[in-house]
Write a protein that binds this ligand. Structure first.
Ligand SMILES: O=C(O)CCC(=O)C(=O)O
Ligand SMILES: [Fe+2]
Length: 317
């Protein structure tokens, strides 16, 4: 344990912590973050119970995915991908290239559905139900190491919580979206990183607003494949930028930028390093789905490269 602490302190020094006070401050934050992570499952169960008992959705119909909520172009791409004779290159020809290697843009939801989702998010935000908001470490601005390992992300609520609020149809948006639709596309585009075997996900909404969080540090996702859908509203700035894959990252990396298009999704590999530049005006809300493959992560944790250890837990992490 002591050796581990010494290593952390060495890393903090290497990454720019110059004084004992700075080191203490960061260690305190790490401790708080560890505690938050250890109690995440229990906290989730408590939040879910309150939401299930108290929250009255504004648009209850949106909690069960219907094909009419999906963009016709998205459905036609999915149908194309489900044809057993097509290959990866056929799909690449049909889908729009994104800003960097293996990034693709695609419509996902209809504009109307995005608007209803936004209204529901705001309704939830204004309710007195408990919201899941991770700690942010932006203020310390010490190192990428810290920012990556203890990411500071602008979550307004965990979408899974909203999924669970409707008692009769729990979790009926994102699981079918992944299993019935997205999976057909990712199986062709990302077989080498588990895209053909995505069996779970974590989803949330990021919010950027003047006077609140403006940008997102350079990071990689805890995901094999990510889809990021711009839900609304209007904003300027806020471009994403992509570097290399995590294992290839170096200082000479040429960044590739991407300007979000309202109601449009961007698919990329979770290990493809990226960040978001500050918005200059307005508000930006994006639905992020980190899709995961047990086949991949049961062998090696994509966050720390260690062999995963199974630990007993409660709730939904
Ligand atoms: O702000 C964005 O659009 C990107 C968010 C993101 O990369 C993430 O939440 O992992
Ligand atoms: Fe990300």
């Amino acid at each position: 344990m002591e050796r581990c602490l010494c290593q952390i302190i060495d890393t903090l020094r290497n990454k720019g912590c110059a004084t004992e006070d700075q080191i203490k401050e960061v260690l305190n934050e790490i401790k708080k973050e560890l505690h938050r992570r250890e109690t995440l499952g229990q906290a989730y169960l408590e939040r879910r119970k309150i939401i299930q008992e108290k929250y009255i959705p504004k648009h209850p119909q949106i909690f069960r995915l219907k094909e009419e909520y999906l963009s016709p172009d998205f459905i036609s791409l999915v149908n194309f991908c489900q044809d057993s004779n097509i290959t990866c290159s056929d799909v690449i020809e049909k889908i729009k290239n994104g800003p960097a290697e293996k990034c693709y843009t695609l419509p996902v939801f209809t504009e109307e559905y995005c608007k209803l989702m936004m209204e529901e998010l705001e309704h939830f935000e204004n309710s007195d139900c408990p919201k899941a908001r991770p700690n942010t470490m932006n203020n310390y601005g010490v190192t990428n190491f810290i920012k990556i390992k203890y990411r500071s992300i602008q979550v307004i609520l965990n979408f899974q919580h909203i999924n669970l609020v409707s008692r009769n149809c729990p979790r009926r948006i994102l699981i079918p979206l992944r299993e019935k639709y997205l999976h057909s596309i990712t199986a062709h585009l990302y077989p080498e990183c588990g895209g053909d075997d995505l069996d779970s996900h974590k989803a949330f909404v990021v919010k950027y607003k003047m006077g609140e969080d403006l940008d997102l540090n350079f990071h990689y996702d805890n995901a094999e494949v990510t889809i990021n859908v711009a839900l609304g509203k209007d904003f300027t700035g806020g471009d994403l930028y992509f570097g290399d894959m995590r294992t290839k990252h170096n200082a000479q990396t040429q960044y590739k930028e991407y300007q979000h298009v309202k109601y449009t999704g961007l698919l990329h590999r979770g290990q493809h390093m990226h960040g978001a530049k500050p918005i200059h005006s307005g508000e930006r809300y994006n639905l992020i789905i980190w899709m995961r493959s047990s086949k991949i992560r049961n062998k090696l944790c994509p966050m720390c490269d260690n062999e995963p250890e199974l630990i007993e837990t409660v709730g939904f992490l």
